[in-house]
Ligand binder design. Structure first.
Ligand code: FES
Ligand code: FES
Length: 336
């Protein structure tokens, strides 16, 4: 048999993917890359293309919550995926990161800006309080030929500051029936921080409205995490601050840790926590997580020493259960 007859390469392949929440069923040549599918087929030209070899970040989008360079993704790899592009991040108003870039002069020609903004969005979803070094590292895959990066870093810091201010404007206590009246943006503001300051959990749970009670809201958010890919669960766990260390952490986490004295460790205790945390991250890839309410320094240390012997899967489950407990406490404090 003629080999040419044997190997049939289809001239087009059928794909179904969600882009910015809309389902597209589309047929493209098998060699199409995601960036061209977005730009040429779907006319979403906000995603830019420059180097085409993964070096400049101009084409950055989120695929299943992960930041990717769409010039390196074949279109077929996006089959059944959920993609967010720069066009999908704003609501009625600009996204806060877009607003911050605008106000802080984070661009000149603007060609790199969609990629910068998508990279910033991905960073702030996994770390709400990055240091300047962490910002630089997160944006190191995004090249800008115009601005010299000062304005870009300032814009990211402005977005963080604005979101901190917004969070402190959050209602202290909300009646659960009031949740039904909230717009999506308001809901994310009120609830987006509850699961490790990772708003994607609330974003997904929003699709399961109405929430009949506080418990119903909690269970729907837990379901989102339980049904998430392991990579997303790990991302959630990595967003948790180290217990007892002095890294910059959110105000809520500071209060929670201070309530059991973790903000006043002696130098020896601090070293012990730091050492165990380091071992934890080395072994599991995420920090030790424990709902500290009702605990004390000794019980937390004892649990750290015991759980470090868990298997990776066991510890992921342990850590997720603690995240659920923390979120439950936070929801209880937020809603009546
Ligand atoms: S165009 Fe994709 S990384 Fe440069
Ligand atoms: S603003 Fe021109 S490339 Fe960045």
């Amino acid at each position: 048999m003629d080999i040419k007859e044997d190997v049939q390469i289809p001239s087009r392949i059928d794909l179904a993917l969600k882009v910015n929440g809309t389902l597209y069923e589309i047929s493209v040549p098998p060699t199409t890359r995601l960036v061209y599918l977005l730009r040429d087929e779907l006319k979403l030209t906000g995603t830019k293309i420059s180097c085409e070899i993964g070096r400049c970040g101009a084409c950055a989008v989120q695929m299943n919550n992960q930041l990717v360079n769409s010039c390196l993704i074949m279109a077929y790899q996006s089959n059944h995926a959920s993609i967010i592009t720069i066009e999908g991040i704003a609501g009625d108003d600009l996204h806060p990161i877009q607003q911050a870039f605008l106000e802080e002069g984070g661009f000149q020609c603007g060609y790199c800006t969609p990629g910068m903004i998508m990279a910033t969005k991905a960073l702030l979803e996994s770390n709400t309080a990055p240091t300047e070094e962490q910002i630089q590292e997160a944006l190191s895959g995004n090249l800008c030929r115009c601005t010299g990066y000062g304005g870009i870093i300032r814009s990211v810091q402005r977005a963080i500051k604005d979101s901190d201010q917004k969070n402190s404007a959050r209602s202290e206590v909300l009646m659960i029936h009031e949740v039904q009246q909230l717009s999506r943006e308001e809901f994310l503001l009120q609830v987006g921080w509850v699961f490790e300051h990772s708003p994607w959990v609330a974003e997904k749970a929003w699709e399961s409205r109405p929430f009949l009670s506080k418990e119903d809201l909690f269970q729907k958010m837990v379901k989102v995490v339980e049904n998430a890919e392991v990579t997303d669960q790990l991302k959630l766990l990595r967003a948790h601050p180290d217990l007892g260390t002095r890294l910059k952490i959110s105000e809520v986490s500071q209060k929670e840790q201070a309530s059991v004295g973790l903000d006043k460790l002696s130098p020896n205790e601090f070293r012990e926590f730091a050492f165990l945390n380091e071992k934890y991250v080395e072994k599991f890839g995420f920090p030790f997580i424990m709902a500290v309410k009702g605990q004390n320094k000794d019980s937390i240390l004892a649990a750290m020493k015991e759980r470090i012997h868990s298997s990776n899967d066991e510890e992921r489950m342990n850590a997720l259960n603690e995240v659920y407990k923390i979120a439950g406490f936070r929801l209880n404090d937020t809603f009546q």
